[in-house]
Structures are given as C-alpha cells and as structure tokens.
Design a protein around this ligand. Structure first.
Ligand SMILES: [Zn+2]
Ligand SMILES: [Zn+2]
Length: 423
C-alpha cells in the first residue's frame, strides 16, 4: 500500500504555495515597515521549556505536544507555539545587551496533536511578533497595530479587535478570591478541566467553551473591574495609544487567552466569517515569562497568527500570479535541440526564465506545451534557422514577431531584449 502523509498534515502543492509566498512577502514587508527583524528558532526544544513557559496545566502541554526522548533520554518536544522559544533565545543570546526593545518576528510551522478539523492541522503555520525589553503601553498598541494593518493590507473584512487587561500578580490574587467565591455555589456544574482550573488558574474558566461552564459564569466578576493602579493605568494608555494610531477596538472582559503567562494586555482578532472558532490572531503581554524559564527579568509582548486561517480568509481577495515563463524554445532535430539546450541555460543566466522540450515531443506538441505554460515568447529552431543564423521570436500575446541572430549568444540576447522592449 502506498504510504500516505500523517493524519492532520497536508502537502502544500505549487498552485497553493504561490499564495503562501505572496502572503509571506506581504508579512515581511510589513514587518520591515515597523522595524521587526526575523528570528528562526529550532523546530524542537527541551520539553521543560514548554512545561514552564506555556504552563503545566494547559491543554497544549497536557494533551497536544509531540514529545520524544532522544537516545540519552533527554526529553524534547516539537514547538507547539512560537513565543517560549523566542524568549529563550533572547536570554540565551544575550539580546538584552543590544539597544532595547528588541523587535522580532517569525514565520514557523508549529505542531499540536489536536483533533483535525477544518482549517486546523497538526502541523500548522504561525506568523508571530514579539517585543522584548519594554513595559511601554505604546508598544502594546504598536504590536496590535501590526496585526490590524496586515488585515487591512490583505483586504480582510469583518474582523474585530477585542482587548482586555488580565491584570498582574498583584491584582489577580484579590480577583481570584472574588471569582472563586462566585463560582463556589456552581462548582458541580463546571467541567472536569474547569474544576482543576478552579484550584490552579480560575481565570481560565472564562475561556472554557463548555456550555455548562459558560452558564455557571453568568454574572461572574471580571478582572478588569479589579485592576490595581498600575494595571489600570497601563490599560488606559494602551487604549489611548490605539486611538492615536487609528486602530478600532472593543473591550471584551472575557478575553483571557489560553496560556498562563499573560498579564496586563490581552487581545484577539476575531473573524465573523469563519464561525464560532473565529479567533485569527491572539496575543498579549507576558512580563513574567522570561524569568519563568530561567532567563533574565524581561518584559515582553507579542501575538501569534495562524496562517492557514489567514489564507482561508483571503481566498477570494488574493489574486496570485505565477512567475512568468519569458521564453520557450521549441526545436526540431538534434542540432537544433543542442542549440536550444545551450540557449535556455544562457538565458537563465541572463535573468530570463526559459524552457525547452525535455520529453521528446513533436513540434506541434511543444507548441501546445508552450501555450499551456503561458510562455510569453516562443522561438522555433529548425534546420533552416541553423543554416541562416536567424530565427523569429513570436510574442504570444501580441502575435508580433521579430528576428534574432542566433549565431552568438551575446547577439541573441541583445536582439531578444531589443524585441522585448518593442513588445
Ligand atoms: Zn495589577
Ligand atoms: Zn469548563
């Protein structure tokens, strides 16, 4: 039996990979405008990094990581998300000794053993940015603006930005007591996961998709009402900066994000076009993360954005063109084919995309192939052309022809370019 790809993975074939390249180029250009630089971290890390940096109690670590032991019994995991590795790299490579903040972006595959569903894969791709080294609320707004601009750039409509503050260690203690007191009478109604969260991280109950849990939460207090002075002021500044930058937002006190390390700013971009699981981009501030993984104290903020979902949303608006075939050289006879072999390579060296027959096709079949490949120009080489040293290049769009010298390559290229300019 033929071997198939693992469940939950898929191949990105050329037709589609053009769309990926297009999207990635847009992202890179945007990042350059905001002065973010690319970082590439390994596909796998020590498992401990994610246990500490994503959170022992999270679904990601508990159920979804691809973890394996190497020969020396050290445990590694494929990266399930992008942030922890970037923060590790910041400390390990002493990026704190560079001018701060350090603004980074990545485009990377991530791996999670989730139940496959539409638009979700076990190997999926994320674009993310991380800013390390500043607590400034202005940077929170900038990070959010990068995502907002990307959606505008890609003409994605019906997308909404929700922001919240999830407080800090100081204000959370009080809030947890209030939330737990509120939920206490409904403890039995919570799902098994939330019963655990009740003890370890009650705020994450707000994030639960179970209906019974959502019901139990009706009328529950939100942390945004219990922020300490510092957090409240930070949140006000984030809002003010978003307004200064012209980024529309809505406050949604239910946004807590799935990961344990967020504090203060949390945000999500939600699409109204892809149903209930409409979160396209999520992020927030994680000032305690670096220390959590044994690094230097470093404030940070960032987001992750699923590229599969982004592509789903741009299905209609992205018109991606394949790179053109500038010229196809058709040939008849062995001598002409030799010349064609020589010429296509010389053309490519001169920066002109070129192809010739490699299938032993008849002239008629070669012309058909050129047509299918949407060749911009076709050159036919036969006995007659070899004898006279002159051939005709036909522009397939205009039907116009012009003569080219084929005796020397230099002359040929010069004639080709002169003809191309005239169209
Ligand atoms: Zn606080
Ligand atoms: Zn629940």
């Amino acid at each position: 039996m033929a071997i198939t790809a693992p469940k939950g993975t898929r191949d990105i074939l050329p037709e589609e990979s053009y769309r990926w390249i297009y999207l990635e180029e847009k992202i890179r250009k945007l990042c350059a405008l905001y002065r973010y630089e690319e970082i590439r971290t390994p596909m796998f890390e020590k498992t401990e990094l994610f246990v500490r940096g994503v959170g022992q109690e999270t679904d990601i670590v508990q159920k979804e990581m691809y973890t394996f032991e190497h020969r020396d019994k050290e445990s590694f995991s494929l990266k399930p998300e992008g942030t922890a590795a970037v923060v590790r790299a910041y400390g390990e490579n002493k990026l704190y000794s560079q001018p701060q903040p350090v603004k980074l972006y990545y485009i990377t595959p991530c791996f999670r053993a989730e139940r496959p569903q539409k638009g979700r894969y076990r190997q999926f791709h994320q674009f993310g940015i991380e800013v390390l080294g500043t607590k400034s609320a202005g940077i929170d707004a900038e990070v959010i603006a990068v995502a907002a601009r990307l959606f505008v750039l890609l003409q994605i409509k019906n997308i909404k930005l929700y922001i919240n503050s999830v407080g800090c260690g100081k204000c959370r203690g009080d809030y947890y007591e209030k939330l737990k007191a509120f939920l206490f009478k409904n403890l039995d109604a919570l799902c098994a996961d939330c019963k655990k969260r009740y003890e370890t991280n009650p705020m994450r109950i707000l994030d639960c998709k179970e209906e019974t849990c959502q019901k139990a939460l009706q009328g529950a207090p939100f942390i945004v009402e219990y922020l300490c002075e510092e957090c409240r002021q930070h949140f006000d500044e984030v809002k003010e900066n978003l307004e200064l930058m012209g980024v529309d937002y809505e406050i949604n006190p239910r946004i807590v994000r799935g990961l344990d390390y967020y504090e203060k700013t949390a945000f999500e971009f939600v699409s109204e076009d892809i149903g209930a699981q409409g979160t396209v981009c999520g992020g927030g501030r994680y000032d305690g993360l670096s220390e959590l993984i044994g690094g230097p104290p470093t404030p940070g903020i960032g987001f992750g954005l699923g590229l599969e979902r982004l592509l789903m949303l741009t299905e209609d608006s992205l018109s991606v063109k394949k790179p053109p075939l500038n010229i196809y050289i058709a040939s008849m006879g062995r001598q002409a084919e030799k010349k064609a072999q020589q010429f296509v390579e010389a053309l490519r060296t001169a920066g002109i995309s070129a192809e010739k027959d490699v299938m032993g096709r008849s002239l008629k079949a070669q012309m058909k192939y050129a047509d299918k490949s949407e060749a911009e120009n076709v050159l036919i080489l036969g006995e007659e052309e070899l004898k006279t040293g002159v051939a005709e290049i036909k522009n397939m769009q205009t039907g116009r022809q012009h003569s080219v010298n084929i005796e020397t390559f230099e002359q040929f290229i010069a004639d080709y370019k002169a003809g191309a300019e005239k169209g």
